[in-house]
Write a protein that binds this ligand. Structure first.
Ligand code: NAG
Ligand code: FE2
Ligand code: FE2
Length: 410
């Protein structure tokens, strides 16, 4: 069975290569990848002893950065025009990556800056201080914090999605385009959020970490569909909304934490909210650039997306016990005023104002209809939100138990 043997050999070669790569310093790997298109084989075989044909017989045809982009361009875009538009402002994206939006390396904040240093002489005191402050935080705040942390911890899902947006993807994993750099840089910043909240919660000793980890694993397994359909326009509309929503939510948890005297948690939430704020600005400016080039196109997608609700990234969360975990978590968030239907309406209002959608002129008749529809939405949503929140005020608050806090009620 020659084909099986070839496959087995290729598997051995590639796993050997990845082991080597795992022990190679990042600087070495990145300079190697930028110079050569086929790095993997050099880790195991001396390139001077194999021919290109021998290599391709074992490993198949290899793509480098350029050839992959070229083939993608020629073959498989669903939205070639949208890709053309976002590529047109790639220089601006590059500038954002470098100067404004992303802090990297030593300069960047890291979760450890906001946590007890367990390698310090007074690690025990630092940890005791954290736990003492956490004693003052009620269970319902922990439920909201856990829900937010679980949402952040499903980052693999969001990076996967970002890479489905045509034209801003990272087809080989180290692609040198501004969009691919954005995608990796954004992920590296977001990665801090789940890390920090997870470690904080672990140290408090107030939550059932295993139940939380079960929820995270379920959520990543279930995935999430924001309705972007691989379209970068829809993708950036979604992220423009969502980053603001997370900014609001983390910011409000921080305020609640302050009310209960947990200054450390307040600082943590404020730091994370700050990141969300910078990301929000970036995604909204991407849409501003699209609007300059293709206002009809963006309005058509925005209108279509707003006819459904903007779904939240963690809507498929489950702990394997509570079939309505997401709804029950959201109810607590709404009750605490951390993220409410009013916030939803206000975010749409912000987008309409920020992009000056009402002032756009020279639109196609269809886009004009969408413009009118979108501009009226915030007021309509706000009315509905107020009505439903007023009704809720009169309801008796029904507490639910959460596995995250050892089945206590909140
Ligand atoms: C979640 O909420 C629903 C509806 O209020 C309720 O039926 C269910 O029992 C709740 N789950 C838990 C675990 O309390
Ligand atoms: Fe985040
Ligand atoms: Fe974010």
């Amino acid at each position: 069975m020659p084909s099986t043997r070839t496959a087995a050999l290729a598997a051995v070669l590639s796993s050997a290569a990845s082991v080597v790569a795992a022990f190679t310093s990042p600087a070495v790997t990145s300079s190697a990848t930028s110079k050569k298109s086929t790095t993997s084989i050099y880790s195991t075989v001396d390139p001077s002893v194999v021919t290109k044909k021998e290599y391709q017989d074992i490993c198949g045809v290899d793509f480098d950065d350029r050839s992959m982009q070229d083939r993608l361009r020629k073959t498989s875009y669903l939205y070639p025009k949208h890709v053309e538009v976002i590529e047109d402002f790639e220089p601006l994206v590059n500038q954002m990556v470098d100067d404004i939006l992303l802090e990297t390396g030593e300069k960047a904040w890291q979760p450890q800056d906001y946590l007890p240093d367990l390698a310090a002489d007074d690690w025990l005191q630092q940890t005791k201080d954290l736990r003492e402050a956490a004693e003052g935080i009620p269970d319902e705040v922990f439920v909201v914090l856990v829900g937010d942390m679980v949402t952040e911890e499903a980052l693999p899902t969001y990076q996967t999605l970002l890479n489905t947006f045509e034209g801003c993807d990272d087809p080989i994993g180290t692609t040198d385009s501004a969009w691919a750099k954005w995608s990796r840089g954004w992920t590296s910043e977001e990665n801090r959020h789940g890390d920090l909240l997870n470690k904080y919660l672990y140290l408090t000793g107030k939550t059932d970490m295993r139940a939380i980890e079960v929820t995270i694993q379920h959520l990543i397994t279930s995935g999430f569909n924001p309705g972007a359909r691989k379209d970068p326009y829809r993708g950036f509309l979604y992220t423009s909304f969502q980053e603001r929503a997370t900014k609001v939510s983390h910011g409000n948890v921080g305020k609640v934490a302050k009310d209960y005297g947990a200054k450390d948690l307040q600082r943590i939430c404020a730091k994370i909210a700050g990141d969300e704020g910078r990301h929000e600005k970036a995604y909204q400016s991407f849409c501003t650039e699209i609007l300059k080039r293709d206002p009809d196109g963006l309005l058509m997608e925005f209108g279509d997306m707003m006819r459904g609700q903007i779904v939240m990234p963690a809507e498929l969360m489950t702990d394997g016990k509570d079939a309505q975990l997401y709804e029950n978590f959201s109810a607590v968030a709404q009750r605490l005023g951390v993220y409410t239907a009013i916030d939803y309406a206000e975010i749409i209002q912000h987008l309409v104002d920020h992009w000056k959608l009402g002032e756009l002129t020279g639109l196609s008749p269809e886009a004009e209809k969408e413009q009118e529809y979108i501009c009226r939405l915030p007021t309509r949503y706000k009315k509905l939100a107020e009505r439903s929140m007023n009704k809720k005020k009169d309801d008796v608050v029904e507490l639910n138990s959460f596995s995250w806090i050892f089945d206590r009620k909140a």
